[in-house]
Write a protein that binds this ligand. Structure first.
Ligand SMILES: Cc1ncc(COP(=O)(O)O)c(C=O)c1O
Length: 473
């Protein structure tokens, strides 16, 4: 994997191979691109032709290049990344929520605390509970009033939805795994943005499916790349986050949504649209849901109360055609029989008052985002990041492939981080770090001070010296 980049001083062929591999994994070298001829690359890099031959051999052995008679050597990705994260074949799982009992400041997760409304909603839910106690308490599809509240919210956002088109789940991740269980089998391909949400990659691996990464451009969706990936790999499923994409924070424009919709509709690709962060717009309106450009029978929109309100509620939903919702509910019944009634009552209450509560939630997040941007500009001015228009995180270009080492150093300075490679297929993004702005501003300043010290520690020993990628690019 990319974190295993041979240090300077390793064999030249291995460094050339590692550099090209990173270009492929970072998405800077699109799949199926013809690599330069051996003689040509040797001359460009000032190395011997044998070095390039050995580098290409290594890339082929690892699945990062294929050679075909007449079409030269072309970039590729290994068919499966079994073992780099948890999967059905028994690799070690990344368990981000593991409680390790440490007192590190958690910058690895992007989950804000509950607003005051959550406590009040639980009080209201308990008052309503007696109405439900005479019933069985089992609601496989969800409490009718919550299904209606979710449908109303989606309808108000421009996606007409009936309560029967909603399945209440234990969060968006649960909803996504139900779709995987329903629709994918071992070896199926699932198109994902690169980078993407790590738990989605984990779930795809555990179902024995293979993630097909499509690189995001610096400022949005590369529609040509999506179309090419759909054409070339015929994915069984696509998993997309057009609304404050995690980790880049990107928001798809209306035009991008239209084109994504057109590509996926033409290919009849079953699409999961993850809208977990959609309500956290900080700088302006969000275009209508991607699902408005997709057929109902091939689209599952998943949403959640986790980030808008509180992760501890464990309430999310799937929205699709009624037929698809029924099939997802049947899958769900083999796992669990429904969500807890009190939490569903609380979320119903919270959704009813969401328009009143959101301005304060957004204002606080805006303050935190700006505090983090300000602290980074002062203390780590070489890092580069786009200002996200919403969501919960900054995606920072560190300028050098030191993310994994920075995570280790940061722990020694009291900070828990998630390294960039968590967000990429097969360990891409060693130059990148995701930083949440979910902590109050007075926590952010000392946290960035600690990050600055950790970054100095890892770059002091040459970690920020020229990346061989740049020599090849
Ligand atoms: C994009 C995205 N999808 C899904 C989830 C999981 O949400 P839930 O808590 O609803 O399962 C998260 C949480 O970080 C997320 O960022």
């Amino acid at each position: 994997m990319i974190g295993d980049r041979p240090e300077a001083g390793g064999p030249a062929y291995a460094r050339v191979a590692a550099a090209i591999r990173r270009l492929v994994l970072d998405g800077r070298l699109p799949l199926d691109t013809r690599l330069p001829g051996e003689r040509e690359l040797a001359a460009a890099l000032g190395v011997s032709r044998t070095t390039v031959t050995a580098a290409y051999d290594e890339l082929r052995d690892g699945g990062y290049a294929v050679s075909r008679q007449g079409s030269g050597t072309r970039s590729a990705l290994p068919p499966s990344r079994g073992g780099t994260r948890g999967d059905a074949r028994g690799g070690p799982a990344w368990t981000p929520w593991a409680a390790d009992g440490s007192d590190l400041l958690d910058l690895a997760h992007a989950a804000p605390e509950a607003p005051a409304e959550v406590r009040r909603a639980y009080d209201a839910a308990l008052e309503q509970l007696p109405r439900h106690l005479p019933g069985s308490g089992y609601h496989l599809f969800g409490l009718p009033e919550l299904r209606a509240a979710v449908a109303d919210r989606l309808t108000a956002r421009g996606l007409p939805t009936l309560p029967a088109q909603v399945l209440v789940t234990a969060g968006a991740q649960h909803a996504f795994t139900l779709v995987l269980q329903l629709a994918t089998g071992v070896g199926d391909r699932v198109l994902v943005e690169q980078p993407t949400y790590p738990n989605a990659l984990d779930a795809i691996g555990r179902h024995g499916a293979t993630a097909v990464p499509v690189p995001l451009a610096a400022d949005g969706w590369d529609l040509g790349a999506v179309a090419a990936a759909v054409r070339q790999t015929a994915p069984r499923l696509a998993y997309l986050m057009p609304d404050f994409h995690n980790p880049t924070g990107l928001l798809a424009t209306d035009a991008e949504r239209r084109e994504l919709g057109a590509v996926l509709t033409r290919s009849r690709t079953l699409t999961v649209v993850d809208e977990t962060l959609v309500e956290l717009a900080l700088d302006g309106p969000v275009p209508p849901p991607l699902a408005t450009h997709l057929p109902d029978d091939l689209t599952v929109t998943v949403g959640s109360a986790s980030k808008t309100l509180w992760g501890g509620l464990r309430v999310g939903w799937a929205r699709a055609s009624t037929a698809l919702i029924r099939r997802l509910a049947a899958v769900r019944a083999s796992v669990d029989m429904g969500s807890a009634v009190v939490e569903q009552l609380a979320v119903t209450e919270l959704l009813g008052g969401l328009d009143a509560a959101l301005p304060a939630r957004r204002a606080e997040l805006r303050t935190r985002r700006d505090a983090l941007l300000d602290a980074l500009a002062r203390r780590l001015p070489t890092w580069r990041t786009r200002v996200p228009a919403g969501g919960l995180v900054l995606w920072c270009d560190l300028g050098a492939p030191v993310s994994t080492r920075l995570v280790g150093a940061a722990e020694r300075h009291g900070i828990r981080l998630a390294a960039g490679p968590r967000f990429g297929v097969d360990g891409a993004f060693e130059r990148w770090l995701r930083l949440p702005y979910t902590h109050p501003a007075d926590v952010i300043e000392p946290a960035v001070e600690a990050l600055e010290q950790a970054f100095r520690a890892v770059t002091a020993d040459g970690g920020a010296t020229a990346d061989p990628v740049d020599a090849v690019a």
